[in-house]
Design a binder for this molecule. Structure first.
Ligand code: GUN
Length: 287
């Protein structure tokens, strides 16, 4: 029977550290770190995520600025909001909640964000730094997963890691971070042949495919560490990408949904915001 990773507890501890650093920043520099969250349209899941991020900022002493835009907002309007936030001194981080409505080009929107304020780490400049082995701002979800592994004493070094999903938000940066931790990494996607066999080779399996209970227990190597990034709304409630009950019987460690990876993503966003605030004034936290 697997041990269940308590993402909530670890996230709360990280949030306290971020809060302490934010308070130190405010005391020294006369203003708190600031995060602008841009939400376009009325996707209900996105609205919940944005509300959670806003509350987390308030708890951590980070000033948050919510920019709520109508679903009919044009590309030009959205980019001009971002350009204004790029110039605003009290704004250290800018986050554009994804997905955007279909008529907007998320690539061009993300390119408009000043890389120094890109607390999601989605700008090609920051993703390029990660690829070059010189990470600055790392995407929150994979960064949070690395932190969970560390907290539970799981070193990726020498392990076989399999990442299911090749998104720019999770799969690709996850694979890079695991590789930087000296794992041997396989990235699987919709065209991968014999997914169950590939998954079954994993000492560390990260599922980020967005399909409820897609990964079955029989795909999991006994004793593997299973990280479930999925948040799928189904008629039976919130489900991960992994069949949790089956996986419990095979894994040594597993993240639940909810309460696993999700809370870490928010905690890392706070850390990235505080870090960006210090970097913008040429300092690092704690120095
Ligand atoms: N949508 C789903 N996950 C994320 C995330 O980490 N950041 C942003 N901006 N949008 C998302």
């Amino acid at each position: 029977m697997a041990e269940i990773i308590d993402g909530k507890a670890i996230a709360m501890a990280r949030r306290e550290i971020a809060a302490k650093r934010a308070a130190e920043f405010a005391a020294r520099y006369g203003r708190p770190p600031g995060l602008a969250v841009v939400l376009v349209g009325d996707d209900p899941a996105s609205a919940v995520y944005v509300k959670n991020k806003k509350r987390a900022c308030a708890d951590a002493g980070i000033a948050s600025l919510e920019i709520l835009l109508d679903a009919s907002t044009t590309q030009e309007e959205l980019v001009s909001h971002i350009e204004r936030l790029n110039e605003e001194d009290g704004v250290d981080g800018i986050l554009v909640q994804l997905p955007l409505p279909a008529h907007l080009d998320s690539r061009d929107v993300l390119l408009a964000i000043d890389p120094a304020k890109d607390v999601d780490g989605f700008h090609p400049y920051n993703l390029g730094g990660l690829l070059a082995g010189e990470p600055s701002i790392v995407p929150c979800t994979p960064a949070g997963i690395m932190r969970l592994l560390e907290e539970y004493g799981v070193s990726p070094s020498g392990k076989d890691a399999v990442v299911l999903g090749r998104s720019t938000i999770v799969g690709k940066p996850m694979a890079l971070l695991l590789m930087m931790g000296n794992a041997t990494v396989t990235i699987c996607h919709s065209k991968t042949r014999d997914l169950p066999a590939k998954a079954a080779s994993a000492d560390i399996l990260v599922a980020a495919v967005g399909r409820p209970e897609f990964v079955r227990g029989s795909w999991i190597k006994p004793g593997a560490v299973v990280i479930d990034v999925g948040i799928n709304r189904t008629p039976d409630g919130l489900k991960g990408d992994v069949h949790f009950q089956e996986a419990l019987e095979r894994a040594s460690l597993i993240t639940p949904v909810p309460g696993g990876v999700g809370p870490m993503t928010v905690a890392m966003l706070l850390e990235n915001t505080v870090e960006a605030a210090y970097r913008r004034i040429g300092r690092s936290p704690g120095l």
